[in-house]
Design a protein around this ligand. Structure first.
Ligand SMILES: [Zn+2]
Length: 255
């Protein structure tokens, strides 16, 4: 197995446009439950659809009740060894960007600066009417105390929600286009902690591989794209990324 880490470290050293694409699996090691898994928040609630949120105050109140509970599940979470490895690689100019399905913002906490969040971020609140943004923490606490949807501090409207992509809401076009561009231009593409079944996210590793990138899949379980991958590691993500990082340090030290 250590040969495998060395090989991937070698590819990382050679790469000019390495990209890491990540899913829920990297966050579970920080104690954040996979929202689709049993016991995850969405197995307990009927999620509020975006159109209902926009149309009805009652739906917005229900949204805030659910999201305030969900907020507690990640607000205190810290980046793990996997996030830290990705942050070091960007810092050392070995990683061009992180593209993620996750909304927990742990990459930025670890130190990554180029992060494209396909599903937005739960760390911020975004006014759906005027685009005003603010940190989520204070407004979640405000809601828990008052049980009233917090008003936008810019336009006074009450259609404030987490800056995440809700059920029934389209992905942000700019984020999606930039992610596609990164995948297409990548020469080493990591697909980390994602089951690679949710579209359009799952098409990114495919696009990278079709355009000649080496594809490295690191995930607990098998994925539908394993046969297309240059290397597949079915092991804990923090351990795998730390091992690759360790092999990279040895390589660089031996230069
Ligand atoms: Zn507003």
């Amino acid at each position: 197995m250590s040969d495998c880490y060395q090989q991937i470290a070698e590819w990382l050293r050679e790469a000019n446009d390495a990209v890491a694409f990540t899913g829920a699996g990297i966050s579970t090691e920080s104690g954040i439950p996979d929202f689709r898994s049993p016991g995850g928040v969405w197995s307990k609630f009927q999620p509020v659809m975006y159109d209902d949120f926009m149309a009805s105050l009652a739906a917005r109140e229900e949204y805030w009740r659910q999201k305030s509970l969900a907020h507690a599940e990640f607000a205190d979470a810290q980046p793990n060894a996997g996030h830290q490895a990705l942050a070091r690689w960007e810092e050392d100019d070995r990683l061009a960007a992180v593209v993620t399905q996750n909304i927990d913002g742990l990459y930025q906490l670890a130190g990554n600066r180029t992060v494209w969040e396909l599903h937005g971020t739960a760390r911020e609140i975004l006014c759906q009417d005027c685009g005003w943004r603010t940190d989520a923490h204070a407004l979640v606490h405000q809601f828990l105390e008052t049980e009233e949807v917090p008003l936008c501090e810019s336009c006074g409207g009450d259609r404030t929600k987490h800056a995440t992509i809700s059920f029934g809401q389209s992905l942000d076009t700019e984020v999606l286009e930039r992610s596609i561009e990164l995948a297409r231009g990548s020469d080493l593409f990591f697909a980390i902690g994602s089951s690679l079944v949710v579209q359009p996210a799952a098409s990114l590793p495919q696009l990278a591989a079709q355009n000649g990138a080496r594809l490295v899949i690191i995930n607990r379980d098998e994925t539908p794209l394993d046969s297309m991958a240059t290397a597949v590691l079915n092991e804990p993500i923090g351990e795998a990324l730390s091992a690759i990082d360790g092999a990279l340090k040895e390589l660089v030290a031996g230069e």
